[in-house]
Write a new protein. Structure first.
Length: 205
């Protein structure tokens, strides 16, 4: 997966609580296991009307936020079903970091395993970031997320510290998903198989 070290980009405000995974990527887009091509379905029912036209007042359809790479969300973001397509769709659109007061656990872990950084901050901090991104979108490019130092630099220059599990941080910074972690043990796996094959050859037929 793509590494995550430092991200500077536009922050899009989404002041909605309990945004579930069906809102993030509706069920009709779950027919593929490809991780690309899902950006069209991201927030589909919020971004598009029944005739397929953009809903102008949805944040990601506004000119200032079309290239947002940070999403400022509200409580319990990513609740609902466990579909991994939700972080895939966010990443395919260009979102690399979601900041919220709280996340659904499965969604949170799916993000970490796919290179998307979910950050929990106190509600007051999230509300301030959301207000800033709403009132002054032209300043959003100054929002920086520094994973190594574990801090956010807001548009006004203030810094906000955040916590993250040390193992998750290592995996994000090194671009290691579950497969990548396993392949780090490739030589040991090969040695085990070489020793096992003569004893249990039927496993290799």
């Amino acid at each position: 997966m793509q590494t995550f070290t430092t991200l500077t980009g536009t922050a899009a405000p989404l002041p909605r609580i309990n945004v579930d995974t069906d809102q993030i990527i509706p069920k009709q887009f779950l027919k593929t296991i490809a991780r690309t091509g899902l950006a069209k379905g991201l927030f589909f029912d919020l971004r598009w009307d029944e005739k397929g036209k953009e809903i102008a007042d949805f944040v990601l359809n506004k000119p200032a936020y079309r290239k947002a790479s940070i999403l400022i969300a509200d409580e319990n973001f990513g609740c609902g079903s466990s579909r991994e397509h939700a972080p895939w769709a966010l990443l395919d659109f260009g979102i690399r970091c979601v900041i919220a007061p709280s996340f659904a656990d499965i969604f949170y872990n799916n993000c970490l395993k796919n290179g998307l950084l979910p950050l929990r901050l106190p509600k007051a901090e999230v509300e301030k970031l959301m207000q800033e991104s709403t009132e002054n979108p032209s300043a959003n490019a100054k929002v920086t997320v520094d994973l190594e130092r574990q801090r956010i630099t807001a548009a006004d220059g203030r810094t906000i510290a955040f916590d993250i599990d040390s193992f998750a941080k290592k995996c994000l910074m090194e671009g290691l998903d579950d497969i990548g972690l396993t392949l780090q043990k490739d030589s040991k796996i090969a040695a085990f198989e070489a020793a096992q094959k003569p004893r249990q050859p039927w496993l290799y037929r």
